[in-house]
Structures are given as C-alpha cells and as structure tokens.
Design a protein around this ligand. Structure first.
Ligand code: AHG
Ligand code: MN
Ligand code: MN
Length: 336
C-alpha cells in the first residue's frame, strides 16, 4: 500500500529531458547528453561564482576578449569550465563562445558531429564584484555538414535553434530551457546536487508597465526610442535595470515588462550579441508567449553574418514590445 508521505520534488532536469526525448522515437540520446554537460557546467560555475571572493578569483584577468572588453577572471574560468564539460560529448561538431575569437571545430558531421553549441559563459560579469546576479546563456543548433566552415555553420537564424536557455546565478541557481515545446524552469538543490523541475510551460505575464534599459544613454538613442521613453514616463511606467541581460530578461519572463538595448553612439548596432545573447533569450521569451524585435524585424528571423555580430533588441511581453514598436516605428497610437 502506497504511503501518503511527501517525498518532495524528485523530477530532475536529467529525468525530464530523457522523458522529453522519449517523445521523439529514434532519438539517439545525443541531445540529452549535451544538456547534461551544460547542467554539469552550470553546477560547477555556480559553485565557483559563490566562492569567487573567498578564493580570490574576482577582478580582471588582465586581457581583453575579442570584443575589446576587459575580461574578468571568472569569465575565463566559466569559459574553460563549459569547454571542458562540452569537450567530452561526442555529438558536438562546433562550440563557440563570447570569449573566443573563433568557433572551435571538435569533429565533422562525418565523425558524428550533430550539434553546435554557442554560449556566453558569464553574462553580466561586471556585476560579480558587487555580488550581483550573473548567468550563462546557451544556444544549440544542428550542425549543417553541407556548409563549409565553422563560422558559416553556426550563423543560422535564431528560429533554427534546437534548444536554448540559461543558468542564472542569483539567490538561487535557476536553469531555464526550451526545446521548442514551451519553457521549463528548474532550481538547483545544492544538497542533492540536482536541478529540480519547479515550473513547466512558463507563460510571460502581460500588462506589466515596467521597462528595462540603461537610461544613461538616452541622448544617443535614435529619436523613436526617446519618444517611447517620454511616452512611458507619461503613462506611469516604472523602471528596473540590473545590468545583466540574463537577469533582466528572467525578471521579465517571470513578471512581464520589456527590455531594450537600442543602438547608441558607442554601439551603433546595439551592444548585445545576436548569436549567443539575443537569439537564445528571444527563443525563450517567444516560447513563453512574448516577443523579440531587432530593428523592426523579428530577432529570430535575422540572418547572422558573423559570430560576434551585435544587434539592437526589444524583448519581453508582447503587449509591451508592441507599445515600444508603436513609438519607435511611429505606427498608429498604441494604448495597451
Ligand atoms: P557580458 O557580461 O557577457 O559582457 O554582458 C554584459 C551585457 C549584458 O549582460 C547587459 O545587459 C549589458 O551588457 C549591460 O550593458 P551596459 O553596461 O551598457 O548597460
Ligand atoms: Mn553577455
Ligand atoms: Mn559574458
């Protein structure tokens, strides 16, 4: 006879992904094995992030990355951690990181390389010194063996992602993933060492009049964005900005609102990178019923030309993204 004692949450990321996989007859298990590698890297990075100050690994690495941005030690540590975890997965053809100039070919399609994994190993890393939230963003694409060259192979529109997600290192460690069938949220139980399923089929709320952008750059935004800000101020909007894309967008996924990183004089194409920041986060938000636009077009429809290509982005609840578009592209007046 079954007892009615509560044995707690026992649905792990591992078992959930395998369950998902079982829905696809003929699935080989290669994809689940990649997600397992990302989960392992996330647990390792969570541990290192939380001990970074104790172990004296905060602060600058002393070099710039390909983006010309000062690397902090944890950027490099997170990058190496992910590369080590992915390196042992036999179905990965190409890996590409914000921190590395070029993609790395691990094996060709003929040698079993079926997937490409792109990632921002530590997003928002400048928050670390202040004990602020940071995260790892990942995007998984199919390896198209017919395309010559690693960079060309990974330059696929965001709508072609097989899966995307992120790990957010905040007061808890959240793992958010979509394989194109809705968005699922897991939380790390540090004592069990497992990511446990806490929410399936997340839907982004609408009606939250909160925008998220760095208002310090307002003077250099295109006029339409300035028009939106004046309109929003008149509509009683509030503002939240953490300075870590992954944390700002996670807040918006959970509570609604809109994130913007417009073109600025310093970043005329926007600051965020299309392939391993904008596309994965846009995929998650759209899978949860939200919207993502770049220069008036759906972010996920853009055709990337280069690995580190940047893009402006407006992403969040559909009603709030449309309110921005109404002002930026001056379409008919919008009253959400
Ligand atoms: P990263 O730490 O990976 O370089 O990303 C930082 C990005 C993004 O996370 C955040 O939204 C944005 O930089 C903040 O830029 P500003 O400091 O210009 O507002
Ligand atoms: Mn980033
Ligand atoms: Mn980064």
């Amino acid at each position: 006879m079954r007892s009615n004692v509560d044995t707690g949450n026992l649905v792990s990321l591992q078992s959930h992904i395998l369950q998902e996989e079982a829905r696809h007859p003929g699935a080989s298990g290669d994809f689940s094995w990649i997600v397992s590698a990302i989960s392992l890297a996330g647990k390792a990075i969570a541990h290192k992030v939380r001990r970074a100050r104790l172990e004296g690994v905060l602060g600058d690495w002393g070099e710039q990355n390909v983006q010309g941005e000062e690397q902090i030690r944890m950027d490099v540590i997170a990058n190496e951690t992910i590369l080590r975890c992915l390196g042992s997965r036999a179905s990965i053809a190409v890996v590409a990181s914000e921190e590395d100039e070029e993609p790395t070919i691990l094996r060709t399609g003929k040698d079993g390389g079926k997937y490409c994994v792109l990632f921002d190993p530590l997003d928002g890393s400048s928050n670390l010194d202040a004990c602020g939230p940071v995260g790892t963003i990942f995007s998984i694409l199919r390896n198209d063996a017919s395309i010559e060259g690693a960079e060309a192979t990974i330059c696929q529109p965001g709508m072609k992602q097989v899966a995307a997600g992120y790990i957010l290192y905040g007061p808890s460690t959240a793992f958010v993933i979509s394989t194109g069938n809705g968005v699922d949220l897991f939380e790390l139980d540090p004592f069990m060492g497992s990511f446990l399923l806490v929410k399936q089929g997340l839907r982004i709320p609408s009606g939250n009049r909160t925008y998220s952008l760095n208002e310090a750059y307002t003077e250099s935004f295109p006029k339409g964005y300035q028009r939106y800000l004046s309109w929003a101020h008149g509509q009683g909007y509030s503002s939240r900005y953490i300075g870590a894309f992954v944390a700002d967008v996670h807040r918006i996924l959970m509570s609604g609102g809109v994130f913007l990183y417009p073109p600025t004089s310093k970043h005329p194409d926007g600051k965020l990178r299309l392939l391993y920041e904008a596309n994965p986060m846009a995929f998650i938000i759209e899978q949860a019923g939200g919207k993502a636009m770049s220069s008036g077009l759906p972010t996920l429809g853009l055709h990337p030309q280069r690995l580190h290509q940047r893009t402006p982005i407006i992403v969040g609840s559909a009603d709030q993204v449309e309110a921005v578009a109404a002002q930026v592209h001056q379409v008919a007046e919008w009253h959400p």
